[in-house]
Design a protein around this ligand. Structure first.
Ligand code: UT7
Length: 321
């Protein structure tokens, strides 16, 4: 028994914030941002939009592509670091908005690796015979947790959502998943604040040691890709599409170069989306599926790294939609 993706969807909020706009907010330049990260613009959610709203739009598209109605969904997992509220989970709020009744629904918190973690978990549910059709979403509103006075972080992130429908099938689908974490790096990338006794305690904004994240990312994104290929007796030349987490074009290019995968086989969206954390991989996947790049029979490697640190990869063979 396997699971395979039969629908994808994505959503980006209407408002676009360009590097030129940021030049008016903090001491930065389009030249610095573009040359150091590859980013030219990012999307920003409206004040009344929550992670569940972005997720809802992406989910509807994925369900439409999969030709599924609400009743047929029997698992919802939302990967998010920016939930609507402390509880209930964004997955439960999304479940209600979609009109899905009585299926397990929960959030996963693995920051930018969240979608890879969620997809791996949904695959395990399906292979264990616990569900037939899973909705797996990455949805983020990082504009709520970046300090708009901190030029070292506010230029990097954006808002958005991506979703997939994973279904039970006799053919793969997902070939393998590989998840890791190293909590000794928890302070290198965090939002350390919390809410207690009715007040925000500590810093409620992203705090990041950029160079530490950069070096770690380049190493583990190579390692976990090799781990996935080795488990499936594959070479880098067998991979048709690499879809890495979209944090920085320099991290993506270094990873691809170390793996020997040409950039023509790498899906990149960081230029137009910025870093949308758990949403970046399903957003990139949806774009490459809808523009016809990803074709039936091709091998696709998804990989991410995020706060924790967490990192992971999912290798899959794309099937007919
Ligand atoms: O999703 C996973 C989470 N995040 C990541 O993966 C991010 C990983 N890290 C990175 O992408 C890079 O480390 C950054 C893009 C964050 C930074 O790039 P860098 O090439 O490592 O720059 P840096 O931090 O070494 O800073 C270089 C200079 C510093 O000035 P001095 O000390 O050399 O005078 C910074 O103050 O650039 C300055 N700087 C800026 N200048 C203009 C930092 N941010 C900005 C800015 N505009 N926005």
């Amino acid at each position: 028994m396997y699971s395979r993706i039969i629908g994808t969807g994505s959503y980006l909020p209407e408002k676009i914030l360009t590097n030129q706009d940021l030049e008016r907010i903090v001491d930065t330049s389009d030249e610095w941002i573009h040359s150091r990260t590859g980013i030219t613009q990012r999307h920003i959610a409206a004040d009344d939009q929550m992670a569940s709203d972005l997720a809802l739009n992406a989910s509807k598209m994925a369900m439409e592509m999969a030709n599924l109605v609400a009743d047929e969904i029997d698992l919802i997992i939302v990967a998010t670091t920016t939930p609507d509220m402390i509880f209930p989970s964004t997955a439960c709020i999304l479940q209600e908005k979609l009109g899905v009744k009585d299926c397990p629904a929960f959030d996963i918190q693995a920051v930018c690796s969240g979608f890879v973690y969620a997809l791996a978990m949904a695959d395990m549910f399906i292979r264990a015979g616990k569900c037939r059709n899973a909705l797996v979403v990455g949805s983020e509103i990082y504009s709520n947790i970046v300090d708009w006075n901190d030029r070292s972080t506010c230029v990097l992130f954006g808002d958005g959502a991506g979703a997939v429908i994973l279904t039970k099938d006799e053919q793969p689908g997902i070939l393998s998943s590989h998840l890791h974490a190293n909590g000794s790096y928890s302070k290198a990338l965090s939002v350390p604040g919390n809410i207690s006794r009715g007040k925000i305690q500590g810093n409620p904004y992203i705090s990041m040691e950029g160079n530490t994240v950069f070096k770690f990312a380049v190493k583990v994104l190579e390692d976990v890709a090799r781990e996935a290929m080795a488990e499936n007796n594959l070479q880098a030349s067998d991979i048709d599409w690499l879809i890495p987490h979209q944090a920085n074009i320099r991290i993506i290019k270094s990873t691809a170069k170390k793996l020997g995968i040409p950039m023509e086989k790498v899906v990149t969206t960081v230029e137009k989306h910025g870093n949308t954390s758990a949403a970046s991989i399903p957003l990139a996947l949806d774009i490459a599926v809808r523009d016809g790049r990803i074709k039936s029979g091709q091998l696709v490697l998804l990989e991410g790294i995020g706060g924790g640190f967490t990192w992971g990869a999912v290798l899959l063979r794309w099937g007919d939609l």
